[in-house]
Design a protein around this ligand. Structure first.
Ligand code: PRX
Length: 657
């Protein structure tokens, strides 16, 4: 039975560690405290005029006809020009844009802005040769190779909208996206390297194209050099298409685009329904990503070596490996492979070798490194790091502290950045040099962002309360809808509350006004009328010295409505025991309260995750409730749930709490 409270989600976990900004960092920071005092209009007007170069300046900052926004109206610009050409024209051609590190040993390339310009022009000319022009929809299905960024930039140079499909997706996922966007061209590669073996991208692309007859041309990069089937007339080797093509920018001028022209679609999967094609347009997206990148990562373009260790196939890679950093003339690292190949210190080897100063990654990666142990990081000199970032899931306080101590030398600030595919840019985040950090809190809305937590009835919950995260005013890089589905756009984001964007996440706001993200609202559990978020119980478990990772969900319970079930991975691959189980239950009771004590704990070597590393609690719920498993196609490794199922069945341990 649910009790009536004004808090949509109850929160009980208290985290009291504080990390004020180091003085030295504050002195040199890009963001100064008065950044929060500027008005929305003044802030974005200035960033819009100064951060990008316009062919035709905009005449109006924005227009808001809920639920659709437009930004920088009347302006024309080109994304490729802003990311590449203008830096070369400014005499910065010899600056490194990407230190690219292939997965095979010693496979490295240094790509300057001048190189990038030549590569993009040649690529764009090749695309034009097969008929790509302004408005032609192009799909890109590649691994983390420089040509992926080049392909995206070539599309933007011509004004062809793209959709990048992560290289781990199946033929069905690829064809579904290509059909939805009506793609006419697909850019792929023979194979990708992954953990020492190859991923057959072209072969999968062939299956996808068989189900996507609108695709008339396929451009193939040679990466591994192994044999792949090529269909005459449809498939073209990139190097053959590029043969004899000019790399002079004047041979392929940057197309002037309207601020609101479609830049790309990024598909995000719901739990079971068809993926949504999230629409991002040109100017608002570029201004939003470059502005946030500048302030949040404190980028000093001539000094920093910046590394976002995500995949370009996700929004994080679009915004913070390609468009934001290049627009800001950053020097970045791009890495092709996995963190544990050939050994678990690969990342730290990269940090040391390129003297990386800023590292941006996800909690799932941090927890993997925790599980493997700090000795891999200790083999390397990580003193160059001055700022760390996290994105993708709530970060457990213990993982946050581990990251700071073992990677950041107990000196670097950490920016825990909350945002979504739909928001395009970071929305809630500390600003390094200003914000006092709290492990597990994304702290404050970025300047100009108006975020709040609402209860069921649409009232703002006061400080200390938990509720549903909403965004109360539009922002430059917000989605412009779901491609071809206005109704779904309205239903998903704009129907729970009127004219307010519903993010689908829970959030608590503390006494200082800092935001604590509580995960997806579908993951909230109701135990004896208390609405408890999974992340709090998970964080209490990860707080225990032996726990590397935990995922929590609920199962039906006759007495309490729902009872908490925890899936736990112990550090160093250790096995669980009955004693350990009791110890962990008591640990949760101590950290949060007896109400949050898991009724069952299942020990497991791995947790089920999506391909982008998010824990799939939905499937754990199915296991806990002994139901047939729901859609498993978004799982990175389908064998993991089977393993967990058999463990859950054999253990069935723990009495009711
Ligand atoms: O639930 C939130 C979680 O990731 C969701 C967005 O996922 P996606 O569209 O794949 O974009 C990921 C990269 C921006 C959000 O609704 N999320 C993302 N960052 C955080 C987070 N949850 C808590 N804290 C974060 N820093």
């Amino acid at each position: 039975m649910a009790t009536e409270t004004s808090h949509a989600i109850d929160t009980m976990l208290l985290e009291e560690r504080r990390y004020p900004p180091p003085e030295e960092f504050a002195r040199q920071a890009n963001a100064k405290p008065d950044i929060y005092d500027e008005s929305f209009d003044a802030f974005w007007e200035r960033e819009g005029r100064e951060r990008v170069t316009w062919f035709e300046p905009f005449s109006k900052l924005y227009e808001w006809e809920p639920p659709y926004a437009k930004f920088f109206l009347g302006g024309t610009l080109n994304v490729c020009f802003n990311c590449v050409d203008r830096h070369v024209e400014a005499g910065k051609g010899s600056k490194v844009a990407y230190h690219w590190e292939g997965e095979p040993d010693g496979d490295r390339r240094e790509i300057t802005y001048a190189d990038l310009l030549k590569d993009v022009v040649r690529f764009a000319n090749a695309l034009k040769k097969i008929g790509v022009k302004k408005g032609t929809p192009v799909a890109i299905y590649m691994g983390m190779v420089p040509e992926l960024a080049v392909a995206m930039l070539a599309c933007t140079r011509i004004g062809a909208p793209h959709t990048v499909v992560f290289g781990g997706f199946s033929a069905d996922s690829l064809s579904g996206r290509m059909n939805d966007m009506k793609c006419e061209v697909l850019i792929t590669q023979d194979e990708a390297w992954r953990r020492g073996s190859t991923v057959p991208l072209k072969k999968t692309a062939d299956e996808a194209m068989a189900a996507a007859p609108g695709v008339k041309h396929c451009v193939v990069l040679r990466r591994t050099g192994n044999d792949v089937a090529m269909q005459d007339g449809r498939d073209h080797w990139l190097h053959e298409l590029e043969d004899g093509m000019s790399d002079d920018p004047s041979s392929c001028p940057c197309e002037p685009m309207d601020s609101e022209d479609l830049l790309f679609l990024m598909y995000t999967s719901g739990t079971t329904a068809k993926p949504k094609g999230i629409i991002h347009t040109t100017a608002g997206y570029l201004v939003g990503t470059s502005t946030t990148h500048h302030y949040i990562f404190d980028l000093k373009r001539d000094e920093d070596v910046y590394w976002c260790a995500a995949d370009i196939g996700w929004i994080t890679g679009h915004s913070y490996i390609v468009y934001g950093p290049l627009c800001n003339q950053a020097t970045s690292v791009m890495y092709e492979g996995t963190p544990d190949f050939p050994d678990k210190d690969r990342w730290w080897d990269i940090v040391e070798r390129y003297k990386v100063t800023i590292l941006y990654t996800a909690p799932t990666a941090i927890r993997s490194h925790m599980k493997w142990g700090p000795e891999y990081a200790q083999r390397h000199d990580l003193a160059s790091l001055r700022l760390l970032g996290s994105v993708g899931e709530p970060i457990n306080p213990e993982a946050w502290v581990w990251y700071r101590e073992h990677i950041g030398g107990d000196r670097t600030p950490i920016v825990d950045t909350w945002w979504q595919t739909e928001t395009g840019m970071i929305m809630i985040t500390p600003l390094p040099g200003i914000t006092t950090l709290k492990p597990g809190s994304a702290t404050r809305p970025f300047p100009g962002v108006d975020a709040a937590a609402y209860d069921e009835r649409g009232n703002e919950v006061g400080s200390g309360g938990g509720g549903y995260l909403v965004l109360k005013r539009p922002w430059p890089s917000m989605l412009r809808g779901i491609f071809g589905d206005d109704q779904r756009y309205r239903d998903t984001y704009w129907s729970k509350y009127e004219d307010v964007y519903f993010a689908g996440d829970g959030a608590r706001i503390d006494q200082d006004g800092d935001f604590w993200l509580l995960g997806r609202v579908d993951d909230v559990m109701n135990v004896s009328g208390h609405r408890i978020s999974t992340i709090e119980v998970e964080s209490a478990l990860v707080d225990h010295q032996d726990v590397a990772e935990a995922a929590v969900c609920s199962r039906a319970d006759a007495t309490t409505g729902e009872a908490i079930v925890a899936y736990v991975t112990l550090k160093g691959g250790r096995d669980g025991s009955v004693e350990k189980l009791e110890e962990l239950r008591n640990h949760v009771a101590k950290k949060i309260g007896a109400i949050a004590k898991p009724a069952n704990i299942v020990f497991t070597p791995e947790l089920p995750k999506t391909r982008s590393g998010k824990i799939m609690r939905r499937l754990l719920r199915d296991v806990a409730n002994q139901r047939q498993l729901g859609d498993t196609t978004t799982l990175a490794d389908p064998t993991v749930v089977e393993e967990i199922k058999s463990r859950a069945e054999s253990e069935q341990s723990g009495d009711e709490g």
